[in-house]
Structure formats: structure tokens, C-alpha cells
Design a protein around this ligand. Structure first.
Ligand SMILES: CC(C)(COP(=O)(O)OP(=O)(O)OC[C@H]1O[C@@H](n2cnc3c(N)ncnc32)[C@H](O)[C@@H]1OP(=O)(O)O)[C@@H](O)C(=O)NCCC(=O)NCCS
Length: 129
């Protein structure tokens, strides 16, 4: 059964070192009124490529479904940032497609690649069936 999203509009979790509590990065969910959310994240450069963000993304997606009652989580990354896309793939997200020239910064357009995951983890067809 579908569940309405909770009252909060967004959640942000700090990613910190266990030993020192030092901030390494953060990850967030921005909720919409359709039981969906967009996940976004960043991690300090010294911590890249050690699996931290994949671990965090999996935990946040799981919390979004099991604790927040979400039905759908999406995430996007710039084409020039394949490591971020790799995090999404390793988090069992499904490729939606590329939104071309969707971001304009300093007069330059950039394209974004979108991923999604549903609460039942099913890969639906693009017509929604
Ligand atoms: C993108 C980011 C979140 C990744 O975090 P991370 O903890 O390094 O990610 P993980 O280690 O869990 O996974 C990264 C994967 O990408 C791979 N990777 C790294 N550079 C890559 C590249 N240029 N092309 C393809 N894959 C790449 C790594 O090998 C790793 O895969 P593996 O575990 O199979 O070896 C981090 O680099 C970051 O915060 N970057 C700056 C801000 C940013 O880009 N935010 C996201 C905006 S969408």
C-alpha cells in the first residue's frame, strides 16, 4: 500500500570517522509529495575510492524505504563524474537516462545522468507497466 511521505522535506546525514568523529562528507534525501526523494552526496577528496559513499548510499536508500516509507529514490550525476554513477550502480539503482544540457554554469551547459530505485527494487518498463 502507498504511504504518504513524512512531514519533513529533507534529511541530511553526516558521514564521520568512527575514531575521531571528523566530518568526511554528507548525504541527503530531498523528499517530494509523491513518496519519492532525490539523493545527493559529497565526500572529501582524501576519502575517495574506499567504498565509503557506496556504503552510505546503500544505508540511506534502505532507510528511505524502511523508515521513511518512500517508494522511489532518484539520483543524478554529471557526465564528467563517472565515479558518482558507479556509486549509484553499486547501490542497485537503475539507469533512467541522460538529461542533456540540463545544467548551465558560467555559460557552459552540462548533461546529467539519472538513476532510480523503487522500494520493491523492480525494474519497470519506461511506460510504467
Ligand atoms: C563521487 C563520490 C561521492 C564517490 O564517493 P566514493 O566514496 O569515492 O565512492 P566509492 O568508493 O563508494 O565508489 C566509487 C567507485 O567509482 C570508481 N571510480 C573512481 N573514479 C572513476 C572514474 N573516473 N570512472 C569510473 N569509475 C570510477 C571507483 O573505482 C569505485 O568503484 P569500485 O569500488 O568498483 O572500485 C566522491 O568522489 C565525491 O564526493 N566527489 C565530489 C563531489 C561529487 O561528485 N558529488 C556527487 C555529485 S553527483
Amino acid at each position: 500500500m502507498a504511504r504518504a511521505h513524512p512531514k519533513k522535506e529533507s534529511y541530511t546525514w553526516a558521514i564521520a570517522k568512527l575514531e575521531t568523529n571528523e566530518l568526511m562528507g554528507c548525504i541527503s534525501l530531498i523528499l517530494n509529495r509523491h513518496s519519492g526523494a532525490e539523493m545527493g552526496y559529497w565526500l572529501g577528496a582524501p576519502y575517495w575510492n574506499q567504498g565509503f559513499m557506496t556504503e552510505a548510499a546503500r544505508a540511506v536508500i534502505d532507510a528511505g524505504f524502511s523508515r521513511l516509507g518512500l517508494h522511489r529514490v532518484v539520483a543524478r550525476h554529471f557526465v564528467r563524474n563517472p565515479a558518482s554513477g558507479h556509486v549509484m550502480q553499486k547501490s542497485s539503482m537503475t539507469l533512467i537516462g541522460t538529461m542533456r544540457d540540463s545544467w548551465l554554469k558560467a555559460g557552459v551547459y552540462e548533461s546529467e545522468i539519472w538513476y532510480e530505485i523503487l522500494s520493491d527494487h523492480s525494474a519497470r518498463t519506461m511506460d510504467g507497466s
